[in-house]
Design a protein around this ligand. Sequence first.
Ligand code: ATP
Ligand code: MG
Length: 329
Amino acid sequence: MKPDMRGETVLEVRDLHTHFFLRRGVVKAVDGVSFSLRRGEVLGLVGESGCGKSLTALSLMRLLPKGGAQTIKGEVLLNGENILERTPAEMREIRGRRISMVLQDPQTSLNPVFSIGDQLREAIERRKRAPNTEIMKEAVEALRRVDIAAPEQRIGQYPHQLSGGMKQRVVGAIAISGEPGVLIADEPTTALDVTIQLQYLKLLKRLQAETGMAILFITHDFGVVGRMCDRVAVMYAGRIVECGPVRQIFEAPQHPYTRALIASVPKMTGPIGRLTTIEGQPPSLMDLPVGCRFASRCPLVEQRCLDAYPAEVRVGDAHTADCWKVTPA
Ligand SMILES: Nc1ncnc2c1ncn2[C@@H]1O[C@H](COP(=O)(O)OP(=O)(O)OP(=O)(O)O)[C@@H](O)[C@H]1O
Ligand SMILES: [Mg+2]
């Protein structure tokens, strides 16, 4: 979608904090995350394992894992309405219809004991009442839409009878059946092999163009970011440290962490590999430093970086970085 075709802000996340309250301490998994998403836009969320990407997504869906996780601060404005204030019953209405999610492993999203048709039907019936024949017709259409051949036959099958790529497309069909304005895709292709990955990404792009939904696309893979995303947010130890248009982030990354990430992407033509790790460890989310969280690994570190967290600096058009050392635009 061309930039001028993009519409209004559909999702705005402000200063989101989701922490795990454990006996041994507080894990600040999401600790001051802010970003926005416009209609028809794909925002990539990247960062090393454990930096809080999935927890951010689950906080938006209000589907936090059991065992002490709590969103304690912030706002999640979906079409201007703070869904953190909605009741669990209201959230059930919102999920699937207005905001939806596709997870990494289709195995965990599909129920092995129900047929594909039953699972699609359940999703459709959650939002409308109609005669069975009409629901089944819509389920078949939903499968056709995600490029499943012979959907009339597939609909009676069970998850184990489908390939991994097909299962993930069924999960996609369920996620978008309610025509949500926002789709969160958390590493949706990691369990698939490379060719199938590409097909799935193309499918998501096409569905996005058809529906105008906004996508928050979580990935480790900068190659996928280049292919899928309009903008990218780089997350480090519970915060977004840099955010901007994909081209700008690739060509002129500003935050030393983003630079290290981009430098670690193997240079070659064709599909780009996954991130190799950069030297050192991120700080413990139970014991975060007062200053910049990247300071212990940063080649440019100086005293002020250790003394206080840097304010967000505007480094370009719609491009920001949290770093003492960057030059404001
Ligand atoms: N059940 C849990 N109990 C305690 N801490 C947890 C739990 N689940 C996650 N965390 C903490 O939350 C942090 C963020 O986890 P999250 O799953 O959001 O990371 P991620 O960025 O999605 O990583 P990955 O790329 O590996 O999927 C982790 O570093 C971990 O310390
Ligand atoms: Mg994750």
